[in-house]
Design a protein around this ligand. Sequence first.
Ligand SMILES: Cc1ncc(COP(=O)(O)O)c(C=O)c1O
Length: 414
Amino acid sequence: MKSNKFPIDEVRSQFPALNFKNKEQVFPVYFDGPGGTQMVQSCIDRMLEYIETGMANLHGTFSTSQKTDLLLEKAKEAVGDLLNCSAREVAFGQNMTSLAFQVSNALRPLIEEGDEILVTQLDHRANVDPWIHLAKETGATVKWLPVDKEKLALDLTNLDSLINPKTKVVAVGLSSNLTGTVTDAKRIFKAAKNVGAITIADAVHAVPHFLIDKQELESDILFCSAYKFFGPHLGIAAIKKGLFERLEIPKLQPAPNEIPYKLETGTQNHEGIAGLCGAISFIESLGRGNSRREKLGFGMKAIEAHEEELMNELQEFLQSIPEVELFRAGNDIKKTPTFAFKIKDIHSREATEFFAEKFNLCIGDGHFYAATMAEVFPVMDTGGWIRIGFAPYNTFEEIAIFKTALKELLLMKT
Ligand SMILES: Cc1ncc(COP(=O)(O)O)c(C=O)c1O
């Protein structure tokens, strides 16, 4: 059962939180990767190193300030390799949501009344509401790419009419943080580019699971969040140079006007940025090759292969339980190892409480901000979905614990 290729023991040894037992002395099982992964040791080390060797603000003459200047440049280079974009296109911020709102305000001068903005029903609302807000402010119309309820993927049948010469912004999540469905964003963005629209990718749930190529995707603006891939709570925006230069971002008068710094209002989370470098180097350490990009590519492949094995195991189990209603796209659609399901006649919160209290299983419930999906289906009367999402440190043994937990819950309730 155990994968012999993936260095799972070595990987687990790099996540100290896995050893932190609860008050009943039970080890945690972290199945809430899509809500945020645990922090890898190399991230913690880099944060501590930055703090312990002296922190500073930027552009000073003294060594800790120069160290901080260099750190920010190096971090942007690392993100550039992770996403395949230029370091000059990378800006940091509080989190994805705040960056998206900031960018939506900066897009205002480029949008006019009567223009159209396309969002999707499948997305986390952080990639919906900033663009609805932009439409409200400018008089643009919001159009929705619908979800196919059977397929649990976006329905692209009417893509050619939904994206038309009036379309100015197209915002698409690369993969769903609820169902794991991976969207053919490349196809959507190609149609958007044909009419000259700005393409926005929410890569928050994608970056932890597969290698992103921002250029190949033709996404003008891409967002991700480091706490979803073993790093600190830190948002990242990558914006294509020409567009970035045109964006009018509200800023303090003396702050720099150049990209990418103009998006970074105030002092950044320097220790977090140091940690981000450590998180990226963890992925790199799982790969091989001559360049960092190549190593990251192989590292992500190794993660994907491990997560796919876990995914198959859990999917088979969930499908074998008659009381479980699984919201999962079919075999022809790529998915991340993120599962949404409901249990017949059991409120989702009651189930996750049972899992947490009896087994120290960290499993989320609710709509996970994929709130449009919760309207489409609708599921909130019974507590929304239960979500299990894997990270590279998860194991078959942990899935076995969940199997026992679910069987016990069902026995108790029937
Ligand atoms: C797919 C997706 N997009 C956006 C966000 C929002 O990210 P942040 O918490 O950095 O604002 C999340 C967070 O869960 C997410 O899963």
